[in-house]
Design a protein around this ligand. Structure first.
Ligand code: ADP
Ligand code: MG
Length: 399
């Protein structure tokens, strides 16, 4: 992997007066009874929308919502989002019940500078996820400029993330993507040492590429969560009924060997909280990883592990965290994850947290304010951290 910082043109750099500006946003929000449930993602897009309005652009917003699989399904309509967005902006947002075609073209031609139009769910057309050139051309025909502010879908080569900027021959990063790129690049390309990476969560298979990339980047890797048991088993330990991916034992062994060869410290749990089954209110106790009972399972890291991981985190100048250390959804098994969230927050290091469940753990611990950057794109952040090029970023114009 070329250790090169990614510098993309920003929406701030564009001349937008009187231009029709296509902004790919992430309005994939929960809808309940025809209304927007949680509007965090709509709020997050406001700075970019306001900037384009202030620059005198005509705003055309496009997003997906759910997985309608290329069909027009009313429960996935963006109409409720238009309503909420109107409230937030304090002005009418034009909504068209389609995203391409004559009706849309008419609405776009009627737009005045600073006005906002929201297109219907782009995934109502099968051409979106297939990045069909014809569909991309139809979308691109609506606009003069392209801005992407949906980091969460930047790892997908879809029509609205890759096709449209390809047709237009250019594209810029919105403010959200700009912030993501800055924080993620800082960790990948210019991190202050020592770098401590802490990984947990359910599966080795979801995270192995990120783990392998951090063999090059981290000074210390700490492993917890369900994933750790595959590594413990690969070391020859008996892990009882804990989560193990048998087909990843070889990969786990290789990872540990490679770390050893590089003299890179890998911290595995020393003790774990075990229970006979994954259920709230069950009997549970702390045991050493050498004494996991055969018919019990490990559901959290124990106090010794927390103490050891805390010490490592306290010395770090850069911390990257992905994946809860235990089944934090159940209070009884949440201690390790919450303690680590606090340790990351209190470390004084530049800290980056990514992954849907890790972000909710940080919120649950009430320490979100003290984390340097919380990455919103689950899959996209992981691919970025694995050192892969994201198609939706690669297609944007260089600075
Ligand atoms: P993220 O969304 O932050 O990337 P993951 O989706 O990889 O994280 O993992 C989160 C899930 O891992 C949680 O649902 C949590 O319950 C589960 N998990 C954590 N530790 C264990 C464990 N010891 N056994 C089973 N599942 C676990
Ligand atoms: Mg998850």
């Amino acid at each position: 992997m070329a250790a090169r910082k990614i510098a993309k043109k920003s929406v701030r750099d564009l001349e937008l007066a009187r231009k029709r500006v296509f902004i790919r946003v992430d309005f994939n929000v929960p809808i309940q009874d025809g209304k927007v449930g949680d509007d965090t993602r709509i709020q997050a897009a406001l700075p970019t929308i306001r900037l384009v309005k202030d620059k005198g652009g005509k705003v055309i917003l496009a997003s997906h919502l759910g997985r309608p699989k290329g069909e027009r399904k009313p429960e996935y309509s963006l109409a409720p989002v238009a309503e909420r967005l109107s409230e937030l902006l304090g002005e009418e947002v034009v909504f068209v019940d389609d995203c391409i075609g004559e009706k849309v073209q008419k609405a776009v031609s009627a737009l005045k500078e600073g006005q906002v139009l929201l297109l219907e769910n782009v995934r109502f057309y099968p051409g979106e996820t297939k990045n069909d050139p014809e569909f991309a051309r139809a979308l691109a025909a609506l606009a003069d400029e392209y801005v992407n502010d949906a980091f969460g879908t930047a790892h997908r080569a879809h029509a609205s993330t890759v096709g449209v900027p390809q047709v237009l021959g250019r594209g810029a990063a919105g403010l959200l993507i700009e912030k993501e790129l800055e924080a993620l690049s800082r960790v990948l390309y210019e991190a202050e040492k020592p770098v401590v990476a802490i990984f947990g969560g359910a599966k080795v298979s979801d995270k192995i590429e990120v783990l392998e990339n951090f063999l090059n980047l981290a000074d210390c890797i700490l492993l917890g969560g369900g994933m750790a048991f595959t590594f413990l088993k690969a070391q020859g330990k008996e892990v009882g009924k804990s989560l193990v991916e048998e087909d990843k034992l070889g990969v786990a062994r290789q990872f540990l060997d490679e770390a050893l060869r590089r003299k890179l410290f890998v911290g595995l749990p020393l003790d774990v909280v075990v229970a006979p089954k994954l259920e709230a209110g069950v009997e549970s106790r702390v045991v050493s990883v050498d004494e996991i009972p055969a018919d019990w399972m490990g559901l959290d890291v124990g106090p010794k592990t927390i103490q050891e991981f805390r010490r490592k985190l306290a010395d770090a100048k850069t911390i990257i965290w992905n994946g809860p250390l235990g089944v934090f959804e159940i209070e009884q098994f949440a201690k390790g994850t919450l303690a680590i969230a606090e340790a990351v927050a209190d470390s004084g290091a530049f800290s980056l947290v990514g992954g849907g469940d890790s972000v909710s753990a940080v919120n649950k611990a009430g320490v979100a304010e003290k984390i340097s950057h919380i990455s919103t794109g689950g899959g996209a952040s992981l691919e970025f951290l694995a050192g892969k090029e994201l198609p939706g970023i690669a297609v944007l114009s260089d600075k």
